[in-house]
Write a protein that binds this ligand. Structure first.
Ligand SMILES: C[S@@+](CC[C@H](N)C(=O)[O-])C[C@H]1O[C@@H](n2cnc3c(N)ncnc32)[C@H](O)[C@@H]1O
Ligand code: SF4
Length: 452
């Protein structure tokens, strides 16, 4: 059977959540409700291990496509000042937990953490080691904009403890780069990859985008070939999310040069085929990994997870987020920090957590979240496992799965006694099936990025 993906998409809401959490973050409520944070913190105290995310909300350039929470600064002072506040927040959480909980993973994202200089990296490292237990040798991953990398940058990041690097490429074509205000040569990127490898970085990820202005299949194919030449351990191939109502600088992109739905689908499919033909294993909807990479191993064993950074093999149940806009995840719910750096700073300097929004999860949220995460990671959900975890309360969802697979979405998925399965050809459309289990979704009231 050949699916007519464009036809199926035309029958859907134009956008759907990316399901990096369930419920998606736009449903978090102001301050999350009474006692939310205290309840979550007391659960976190007993955690076996923690995953940490640190947000650096600064860049020295503004790429017009960027959907991240960041601000351009041409001076270093704002970063140095920001780090002083960040370490107060780290200490605050250390005090709240009351013991140095072991850390399994630490991710520095942004923005551009690669702008941080040796001194600020050392200050952050010292604060982290004072508040948490790093004795188990956690994975430390850092997002790197190659244009930031100067002599000594990689050595400084290694001294911080970096074990993995994630490099932003997006597209190597000069016309596409001009249309998104992101000049970045292949040679520069290649030299950063070599420096990282020579310094002993165990794993390198490269981010590329499809759906960019002026991009066509041929240009994307050239970018993919160049990315493959760099032999990264992982590749993330994201669909460009054009959301100018949320990110006004995206209005600088000429919308008439954006590829249409059919071109986006064809480009994504071609790139995915090329990457898979090179021996990478597809992971979820937008990642690829070498077969011996831990992400590929996790995918093989049904142990993949999805969080605000995308796909991960990190199975820590508690994840703390530091910095403006960062999200903390707990078995009982989510908390999100103030998005504006000024308001975030004011909270932390007054000795209070910078909580802006959050949500306590109900058992129904947890159950639907489990179904959606398994679909997004494995394209299937097993009924036995669902009932084992949630008991008889899961039966209505199994009933829903049967209706979905026998009704409008019969060409995308099927059910048998053991579970719900997506047709392989329909995997890129998994957000459509995931959305059928989303009790919070109101597509008429909310705007999301394109499904493919
Ligand atoms: C924080 S940036 C990466 C680190 C560094 N600042 C850089 O640009 O190289 C994270 C990644 O998010 C992805 N991204 C940013 N804006 C996006 C958008 N509007 N749609 C899809 N992906 C986007 C890009 O692939 C980017 O590399
Ligand atoms: S893509 Fe990276 S470098 Fe460009 S503005 Fe966004 S976070 Fe900054």
């Amino acid at each position: 059977m050949t699916l007519n993906i464009a036809d199926i998409l035309a029958r859907q809401p134009s956008g759907l959540p990316r399901y990096t959490s369930y419920p998606p973050a736009n449903h978090f409520r102001p301050d999350g409700g009474p006692g939310l944070l205290d309840g979550l913190v007391s659960a976190a105290r007993g955690a076996e291990k923690l995953s940490l995310y640190i947000h650096i909300p600064y860049c020295d350039r503004m790429c017009w496509f960027c959907g991240c929470h960041t601000k351009q600064t041409l001076r270093y002072e704002p970063l140095a000042e920001y780090v002083k506040v960040l370490v107060q927040e780290i200490a605050l959480w250390g005090e709240k937990l009351g013991r140095r909980v072991p850390v399994s993973t630490l991710h520095l994202g942004g923005g551009s953490p690669s702008l941080l200089k040796r001194e600020e990296l050392a200050i952050i490292r010292a604060a982290l080691h004072a508040a948490f237990d790093f004795s188990q040798g956690p994975e430390v991953s850092i997002e790197i904009d190659p244009s930031d990398v100067k002599d000594g940058t990689v050595a400084d990041l290694m001294a911080f403890g970096m074990t993995r690097a994630s490099i932003g490429v997006q597209d190597f074509d000069p016309a596409v780069q001009a249309a998104i205000n992101r000049p970045q040569s292949f040679e520069l990127t290649q030299s950063v990859v070599h420096t990282l490898r020579a310094a002993g970085v165990r794993s390198i990820n490269i981010d590329a985008l499809y759906g960019l202005p002026l991009q066509d299949k041929a240009k994307l194919a050239c970018t993919v070939m160049q990315v493959l030449e760099l032999e990264p351990d992982r590749i993330a191939l994201f669909g460009y999310a054009h959301v100018p109502w949320m990110k006004p600088h995206q209005k600088l992109i000429d919308e008439t040069t954006l590829p249409g739905a059919a071109d986006r689908i064809a480009s994504a499919a071609l790139a995915a085929r090329m990457i898979a033909d090179f021996g990478y294993r597809p992971i979820g909807i937008d990642h690829f990994a070498k077969p011996d990479d831990s992400l590929a191993r996790a995918a093989r064993h049904g142990k993949l997870h999805r969080n605000f950074q995308g796909y991960t093999d990190d199975d820590a149940e508690v994840r703390l987020g530091f910095g403006p806009s960062s999200i903390g995840c707990f078995p009982g719910g989510y908390v999100q920090n103030e998005v504006a750096t000024g308001r975030y700073t004011a909270f932390i300097q007054s000795g209070r957590p910078a909580l802006a929004r959050g949500l306590a999860l109900t058992e129904d949220d947890r159950m639907r979240g489990y179904v959606i995460e398994r679909l997004m990671c494995d394209f299937t959900v097993g009924f036995d496992e669902l009932v084992q975890r949630f008991g008889l309360a899961a039966l209505p969802l199994i009933g829903d799965a049967c209706s979905i697979a026998s009704g409008e979405y019969a060409e995308l998925c099927w059910v048998d006694d053991s579970g719900l399965y997506m047709e392989k050809e329909a995997w890129p459309l998994v957000r459509i099936i995931a959305a059928q289990f989303d009790a919070w979704l109101k597509p008429a009231e909310q705007r999301y990025s394109k499904v493919v």
